[in-house]
Every structure is written in structure tokens, then in C-alpha cells.
Design a protein around this ligand. Structure first.
Ligand code: PEP
Length: 252
């Protein structure tokens, strides 16, 4: 089965270093992108130049964010239209770093998903509980609330693909990933919630469930072997092409 890997480089690299890393991806990772969906999500300014580097590669481009608005007087924002014009296929929405650092709300996230659907970008909706919420046993209620609030006003049609990434905040960048056995209940909760908001057909035809949080070369295989997981969202490990290659090797 085709699986996906999304490399979220965040704001870790300079412009030049981003272009250099993209070249290494083409050299080392491209072969895995023929039978799997592999995307790089660099910072906005790098997108056009990296798109050129990917011209003869099966690796595709994603954005780390997208505006909740279509166009207009929104200083600093980047529209879904522009991302689609550049050639992005995916846009990450609702990453916990944006929820926590710039107060991105579930309502804004829902609008971002609609903007993506309007421009045929595939949104990667990130959801996840904090360590305090986990300690209080609130994981499921937090995830259900994030999903309901983000998706309740979303207008999906027969072309609207959606990726939902479970990214517990306590697992991001900590070296402390989720236990593989804890993922199935989360996937079932997501499935139940999305089916109730849309339909079973929509879920089975259009929704993919992925995991993100301290994925590395050692644990990637265990996650990718789970048949209900469609892939992985990788941060830290994606910043080094050799380390990401080791994750990609776990695809086969
Ligand atoms: C992320 O922030 O999306 C992420 C998965 O980061 P890391 O792999 O570093 O935990």
C-alpha cells in the first residue's frame, strides 16, 4: 500500500540550506517517492526554487501553513491560490506550534481547510493533546473537540482529500513518541468523528490518518507497519537527508 512521508522543516534552515537539503532529497529519497507519497514542506520563500529542483523528481511540495482568507488586505498571509500556482500539493494546517505560538484557533483552521479545498490543495490537519491534557485523561475529548470545531463548517466535495495527522504536543521534538499500541484508539476516534460529520464513504474514499511526533529511523518501521496508518509527519529527523533516508527505507 502507498504510504506517505511529509518532511516539515519548520523555520530551522536558511534559504540556502533549504535548497541544499532539497537537492540531497532528490539524490537520496526520490526513488522512494515513486511508490509512496513523499512531500517536503519548507518555508514559504523557498517554495518556488525547490519546486524547480523537484521538476524531474517524484517528491512533491507542501506548505507549512496557508491563509484562512481567500485574498485581500491580510498582511503577511499566503493564499491557497498562490500555493497552488507555485505547485504545492499539500498544506499543513493547525500545527500545534501555530496553535500555541500564534493563537491559531479551530475556527481559523476550518477556514484554512476550506481554502485548501477550493484550490485543490490537500490539507494536513494536525491535532493533538498537550502533556497536561494527557495527564488529566483528556486526550479523546480534546481530539474530538479539535476535530468538531475545525471541520463543522468545512465543505467537502467528491474531490476533497484530507489528511489528519495525530501529533501529540508532548511527542513533538521530545524524543518521546507515542506508543504504537495507543494509535489505534485515536484512529478509531478520528474515523468515528469524521464519519459523523461527513459520511463513511467520505472517510473511506478521502481521509488518510498519519502520525507525527519524534519519528526517527528506529521507530519508523513499527509505525509504518500498522495497516491503519497511512504515513508519518516528520520534523527533526527530516532536517538531515541521511536520517530521513533511513526513515524512507522503512517504507519498504
Ligand atoms: C512536527 O512538529 O510536526 C514533528 C513531527 O516534529 P518532530 O518530528 O521533531 O517531533
Amino acid at each position: 500500500m502507498r504510504k506517505m512521508l511529509i518532511a516539515n522543516w519548520k523555520m530551522n534552515l536558511s534559504y540556502d540550506d533549504s535548497l541544499g537539503l532539497a537537492s540531497k532529497y532528490v539524490e537520496l529519497i526520490d526513488k522512494f517517492a515513486k511508490e509512496n507519497d513523499i512531500a517536503i514542506a519548507p518555508s514559504f520563500p523557498c517554495l518556488p526554487e525547490i519546486k524547480k529542483k523537484l521538476a524531474h523528481s517524484a517528491i512533491v511540495l507542501g506548505a507549512q501553513d496557508v491563509s484562512s482568507e481567500e485574498s485581500g488586505a491580510f498582511t503577511g498571509e499566503v493564499s491557497a491560490e498562490m500555493l497552488a500556482e507555485i505547485g504545492c500539493q499539500y498544506a499543513i494546517v493547525g500545527h500545534s506550534e501555530r496553535r500555541l505560538n500564534v493563537n491559531e484557533t479551530d475556527e481559523m483552521i476550518g477556514k484554512k481547510i476550506n481554502q485548501c479545498f477550493n484550490r485543490k490543495l490537500i490539507p494536513i490537519l494536525c491535532i493533538g493533546e498537550t502533556s497536561e491534557e494527557k495527564e488529566r485523561g483528556e486526550r479523546d475529548s480534546i481530539l474530538a473537540r479539535q476535530l468538531h470545531r475545525a471541520l463543522e463548517k468545512v465543505k467537502a466535495n467528491s474531490e476533497s482529500d484530507l489528511i489528519i495527522a495525530y501529533e501529540p504536543v508532548w511527542a513533538i521534538g521530545t524524543g518521546n513518541p507515542v506508543r504504537a499500541e495507543d494509535l489505534q484508539p485515536v484512529q478509531l476516534l478520528i474515523k468515528r468523528t469524521v464519519c459523523s460529520l461527513f459520511s463513511e464513504k467520505y472517510y473511506s474514499d478521502h481521509v488518510r490518518f498519519i502520525y507525527g511526533g519524534s519519528v526517527d529511523a528506529k521507530n519508523a518501521k513499527e509505525f509504518l507497519q500498522l495497516d491503519f496508518i497511512s504515513g508519518l509527519l516528520a520534523g527533526t529527523v527530516s532536517l538531515n537527508a541521511d536520517d530521513f533516508l533511513a526513515v524512507a527505507q522503512a517504507l519498504s
